[in-house]
Design a protein around this ligand. Structure first.
Ligand SMILES: Nc1ncnc2c1ncn2[C@@H]1O[C@H](COP(=O)(O)OP(=O)(O)OP(=O)(O)O)[C@@H](O)[C@H]1O
Ligand SMILES: [Mg+2]
Length: 617
């Protein structure tokens, strides 16, 4: 009987260089091979490369197969000088075509028993990773050989969406900042919309990004669809059925009313077109005036005899007025009673349709009233998708969502369902309309699995939670899943990249970024600066003011508000509201500019300090 284990190595040795041989194939099963490792290799210069996560090459008679070591164990074999065994996942092959060699994924021909295993040289790594393709960008260096760039194919990464996953503090945001900067270099026309949950990216992209926050965002309330505006009016609580029924019926009428009279200065009272003739649904994104809506509700109320029914209308009017007069909601209600179809302006500003050198929008979410963040994210996500849909993807847009598990929770009962649906829609169908998704999360197991399963490229950073690791394993194809065993032991800045964007599942290190490019919230910087010094009384009172306001009910009736509430919300509802349009003066109070430096102190904007002498000391 011919012993292949002894025959084949000898024939291969001449070509490969005996000193480099790591061992020989002992068994093959599916896309996995077991390699017997030679004594000489384990004690030679290549020893350091024989460990899990490293690539090696198996020389077959036709090509060079590239695989990654997923397991190494001590096992001696009396037949050869093997002292250990390595399990290798076969990932692709280097094909020689004349003078040029190219790498291709997948394995066309499998190894046979006795084929030689060799270290993957620097030259071979460059064949795999040094793509000259114009869509390939370097995002770091290979852990196996730091002289070789780890490249991703930007088009593949965008087309099939991507996600960056890892525990807190491992460098996700910094990695994302780097990936986005590199992407901008090769795709200068791509628009990027970044939901910045902690206001930390504003310095990372220099002049390429427009930073938006509640102080400069204008997102008219009528762009919110029905579920979103109900969520705003009811402060995140489920809307009361009898009140939402009224809104569902009367909002389309207010829209029709506005449309009918928008071009005339003469507004002859409130007309109420027959609902069936309106043509608008409650979700149609056309303008209407809040004053008209209130007047129509009031008009309906006036016709009711039953006192308890009147109370329902009255409560709804109060609710709408309280929210729309709240200065914190100025970004959506500032021109609520003025009218004007500003949708084109809003879309153009949000998605940088006229970029003027800035193709990116950083939407800082930390300054919004906490109860309104979810509907705002929902509107923005929906607008991003709908603009792509109705423009036939004319302007490719990458939509990046930090803390994605908060907006698209795996728990269907948690969070705001329309936000999850909007993100899921981009994940499932966005690529057809030029809308791509980038997700960042520290809790992948808490992220809706249908969304994460649509992400074709994953950057897995250090993660210690078992559930998160299990989810990762299920999210990637069989081959390469073993690499996830390294995930708990990765260092800061290190990631394992999988999927469509990378030629091979790759362990890589993001470069060390300059201090100004590292995402950091301004509060961190400020607090670091003042730590240990005397904290001024004004600062403390401003903090307490913001703290209290953040937990005050802004949405209930006036008498729910604490006695120290600022007199921002006039109690216009104490008497029956007038049929006259509301004066726009109430909402624009909110346009008091919010000082950007105050935003930096904590995550909610500070408005005027409380007039409380005790706090002023
Ligand atoms: N590529 C890098 N270059 C330089 N410093 C880095 C890099 N990556 C991470 N760091 C350091 O690690 C810190 C945490 O990084 P980062 O904020 O990106 O982590 P994160 O995973 O986004 O954390 P969180 O879950 O809290 O958002 C940074 O403030 C920085 O000091
Ligand atoms: Mg982060």
């Amino acid at each position: 009987m011919i012993d292949q284990r002894t025959m084949a190595p000898q024939t291969m040795t001449a070509a490969a260089g005996a000193a480099d041989i790591l061992g020989h194939v002992q068994s093959v099963s599916g896309s996995q091979a077991t390699v017997g490792l030679l004594d000489s290799a384990m004690s030679g210069p290549n020893r350091a490369g024989i460990t899990v996560g490293r690539f090696l090459k198996i020389q077959t008679s036709k090509s060079q197969l590239v695989g990654v070591i997923t397991e190494v164990s001590m096992q001696s074999s009396p037949l050869q000088n093997y002292c250990a065994m390595a399990r290798v996942d076969l990932m692709g092959e280097i094909v020689e075509a004349g003078a040029n060699s190219t790498f291709r994924r997948g394995v066309a021909g499998y190894p046979t028993i006795g084929d030689t295993a060799l270290p993957l040289t620097n030259k071979a790594l460059r064949i795999i990773f040094d793509e000259t393709d114009t869509s390939a960008v370097s995002i770091g260096s290979l852990q196996q050989d730091s002289t070789v760039d780890a490249r991703v194919d930007v088009d593949e990464m965008l087309n099939k969406h991507f996600a960056v996953l890892g525990s807190t503090g491992v460098g996700k945001s910094t990695g994302v900042a780097h990936i986005l900067s590199q992407t901008m270099k090769v795709r200068p026309k791509l628009r990027i919309f970044l939901l910045d949950a902690h206001n930390e990216y504003h310095r990372s992209f220099g002049t390429h990004a427009d930073v938006m926050n509640p102080a400069n965002l204008r997102l008219p309330f009528w762009l919110f669809n029905f579920e979103e505006i109900v969520d705003v009016f009811f402060a995140g609580r489920p809307g009361l059925q009898e009140e939402t029924d009224i809104l569902a019926e009367l909002i389309p009428i207010a829209k029709a009313n506005y449309n009918q009279y928008r071009n005339t200065t003469d507004r002859p009272g409130i007309k109420r077109p027959e609902a069936k003739n309106i043509g608008y649904t409650v979700d149609t994104p056309v303008p209407y005036r809040l004053a008209d809506l209130l007047a129509i509700i009031d008009d309906r109320m006036g016709k009711l005899e039953n006192r308890s029914s009147r109370m329902i209308y009255q409560r709804l009017i109060t609710r709408i007025e309280t929210v729309s007069n709240d200065p914190r909601y100025a970004f959506m209600f500032e021109r609520a009673n003025v009218g004007g179809d500003t949708m084109a302006e809003s879309i153009s500003q949000l998605f940088r349709l006229q970029p003027n050198g800035k193709t990116m929008t950083i939407m800082q979410l930390a300054g919004f009233p906490s109860e309104v963040v979810e509907p705002v994210v929902s509107v923005l996500t929906r607008l991003a998708y709908d603009f792509g849909l109705w423009s036939d993807g004319a302007v490719p847009l990458l939509f990046v969502c930090e803390e994605a598990h908060k907006y698209a929770s795996a728990d269907r009962t948690a969070g705001f369902a329309p936000t999850r649906r909007a993100l899921a829609r981009i994940a499932k169908e966005g690529r057809k309309h030029g809308v791509y998704l980038g997700l960042v999360t520290q809790r992948p197991a808490e992220l809706d699995p249908t969304i994460i399963s649509q992400c074709g490229t994953l950057f897995a950073m250090r993660m210690s939670n078992d559930r998160d690791q299990a989810l990762l394993r299920s999210a990637v194809a069989d081959h390469g899943a073993d690499l996830f065993d390294f995930v708990p032991s990765l260092g800061t800045r290190e990631a394992i990249a999988f999927g469509a964007g990378v030629p091979l599942p790759t362990r890589l290190t993001f470069p060390e970024l300059a201090a100004h490019a590292i995402p950091k919230s301004a509060s961190y910087a400020t607090n670091a600066g003042i730590a240990g010094e005397n904290i001024e009384g004004d600062f403390i009172s401003a903090v307490i003011d913001r703290w209290r306001k953040a937990t005050m009910s802004q949405h209930g009736t006036q008498d729910e508000q604490p006695s120290f509430a600022p007199a921002a919300a006039p109690s216009a509802h104490a008497d029956a509201p007038s049929l006259q349009p509301h004066q726009p003066a109430a909402a624009p109070q909110a346009s008091t500019p919010i000082d950007a430096t105050r935003l930096s102190l904590l995550k909610k904007p500070i408005s005027a300090p409380l007039d409380n002498p005790l706090l002023r000391r």
